[in-house]
Design a protein around this ligand. Sequence first.
Ligand code: 5AD
Ligand code: SF4
Length: 457
Amino acid sequence: MKVYLETFGCQMNRLDSELVASVLVQAGHEMVRDGRGADVVLYNTCSVREHAEEKVHSRLGEQMHRGGRGRRMIVGVLGCMAQRLGDDLRKRYACVDIVCGPGRLHELGDLIAEAGAGQGRVALDPRRGERKSGADIESLDSARDADLVPSASQAYVRVMRGCDKFCSYCIVPFVRGPETSRRPEDVAAEVRRLVDTGRSEITLLGQTVNSYNFSDGGRTVRFGDLLGMLSPIGGLRRLRFVTSHPVGFDDDILQAMRDLPNVCEYIHCPPQSGSDRVLGAMNRGYTRSEYDDFIARARAIVPSVVLAGDFIVGFPGETEEDHSASAELIRRSGFKNSFIFKYSPRDGTTAARRLADDVPLDVKKRRNNELLAVQAEVSLAHHRAMIGRTVEVLVEGPSPRANRQASPATKDKTQLIGRSRWDHIVVFDGPDSLAGTYADVSVYDATSLTLFGRRAR
Ligand code: 5AD
Ligand code: SF4
């Protein structure tokens, strides 16, 4: 069958979609780029904010419209929103055949076959507290076909699923279930396969990746240990990881970053707020001075470290003073970049249950813009400090139009885009043939988002 798959949300979802495509192609299906000619339309969904769910509702609304006309398509909703809404999705949208939770994606081939025979089905993950089977945890990832990884030079590898942190605003622990770490040997085998097929940059993924903790029998492997196990893999030039949580980001991880040459000195570790009162209400498990200590520790052990953050503006009860504390934290911490989100109450979370969403939308918008403006200043200073340095970049390919400066493209010189080991976006001229290779680029200019450079000889 021709399968169209659209993905919403985070990196974890993009990886899930890639693995789903791998499983379906192995089962004989064909992935297509246009939903109109497809036999099966799948949406891999996100529940983290209302806005992400609205997009899927609008897609399903369009599908309902289309339903009356033409050929009958199989429609499936996958991922976090499927897990959150379950059978309600089928009740609300008669066109939906398949509802599949994020831990059941390896069953999708069967679900599609059944739906093709007229038997749509809801397959959800067990509720938190009920045990998952080992097969459910491992089978999607280990069935991966390295030849189907979209990039020839880099790949994502999941090291853990789920989250046990229960930040009061967050739906993830409910939809992605409890923290479960993969066996380190399975992770290592996957990394080795990806490297052997040409990928030299691997990014380890977890909702709170530094909480990785695998125990069996007498041994315990923590995240720092895992980095130590993966780093020696021959041909692995860059080892990255996202996303981190400030609690449990122990010195051994920072020491691994310092001592293992291919572990990149980049940490995306969201503070969410700079105000102790808000951090407490968010149940983040640290104070702003503890976050400051984490940054100080990171900079002391890894002087070249580059940091990035996430913030939520307009959390219930957030005052102007709390908001200023977040702006101050951005300035103090010198983040390369931050993602800023407007608080969005999620049904089932403690914040939604106990706290009124009392910051008006126009105030959330203003605070969002203010934090973006502060971050843009800090980002510009950070990027300008790179001018005059030569950085090694992994070349992704031609730069999208938005990043182009006025220089005209010629046959052997295109504007290329690459990433430094610190996650800087670097734009420079060079031949297309550099895509997927490493190039040394000397930086001559910078904006808040981008470095501009020339190939160093
Ligand atoms: N409202 C707004 N932003 C949220 N995030 C998570 N939950 C919510 C919510 N309910 C943000 C956090 C997290 C990022 C992935 O999404 O900043 O780090
Ligand atoms: Fe969305 Fe979070 Fe689920 Fe990722 S884990 S898809 S961001 S709800």
